[in-house]
Design a protein around this ligand. Structure first.
Ligand code: APR
Length: 229
């Protein structure tokens, strides 16, 4: 079975109604990364950080997987597929994908502030200051903030090193180490990039097909082509 890695970013969930980060109406235009998405922010104003992620988690209940998430799940009938997502939403899983690696954590999970490996499944609930794990540590979102290690990155590298096909969907490739995965796949790997603003995305990769369309239209068509090839 041929291997496919699908590297996704916020753009694949845009048509479900979740904002991206760096588009003109993106989240980082309304919030400061330094106030809500760094370990320093957590020290200075944990309430603001919890509020930000409580709101994101609540939004998850109001959105559904779109045609792109659902189409990717169909690939599993003929390929060995791993979705490596930078997204913290759960739309790939809800769209039917079985093998999803979350590089930047998951909104529906929390953990004690000093226990990165003891994950608690929270669902759509909010967390508040004073809520603690069994060790007495304040609960925080299980999200990889700017400046923190990316624990799943080594796994992602290993998976990318042996893939036959790479699909990159809806990411500006601005954030490392995730963006570096593109350079790790084998030289003869077929790479497809789906993003309506693809021309603004830098890549030195040669063997690349650029599809300058929205994911909800482009991904189902691309999946059909791959299944027929
Ligand atoms: N279909 C496909 N792509 C889209 C669509 C769409 N309907 N709408 C927007 N896009 C594209 C944009 O053109 C942009 O290139 O999605 C990309 C989103 O880029 P970012 O907002 O930078 O999101 P992402 O790349 O996922 O950000 C990476 O940054 O702040 C962090 O941790 C956060 O995981 C996130 C990381």
């Amino acid at each position: 079975m041929k291997k496919i890695v699908v590297l996704t970013g916020a753009g694949i969930s845009a048509e479900s109604g979740l904002k991206t980060f760096r588009d003109s109406d993106g989240l980082w235009n309304n919030y400061s990364i330094y106030e809500v998405a760094t370990p320093e922010a957590w020290k200075v104003n944990p309430q603001l950080v919890l509020d930000f992620y409580n709101q994101r988690r609540k939004e998850l209940e109001t959105v559904k997987p779109n045609a792109a998430h659902k189409a990717l799940a169909k690939l599993e009938s003929q390929f060995d597929v791993t979705v490596i997502t930078q997204n913290v939403d759960n739309l790939h899983e809800r769209g039917g994908s079985k093998n999803v690696l979350h590089l930047h954590g998951q909104l529906t999970q929390v953990r004690g502030e000093f226990s990165p490996n003891e994950i608690i499944e929270l669902g759509a609930n909010a967390i508040y200051l004073g809520e603690r794990n069994s060790k007495g540590e304040q609960l925080r979102p299980n999200i990889v903030w700017f400046g923190e290690d990316v624990p799943m990155f080594e796994n992602a590298v290993e998976i990318c090193q042996s893939t036959d096909i790479l699909l990159i969907i809806g990411t500006s490739l601005n954030v490392y180490p995730a963006a570096g995965l593109l350079e790790i796949v084998p030289l003869d790997c077929q790479v497809f990039l789906v993003d309506p603003r693809a021309e603004e995305i830098y890549t030195s990769r040669k063997c690349l097909t650029i599809i300058k369309k929205k994911a909800g239209t482009a991904v189902p068509a691309l999946v059909e082509n791959l299944l027929e090839s």
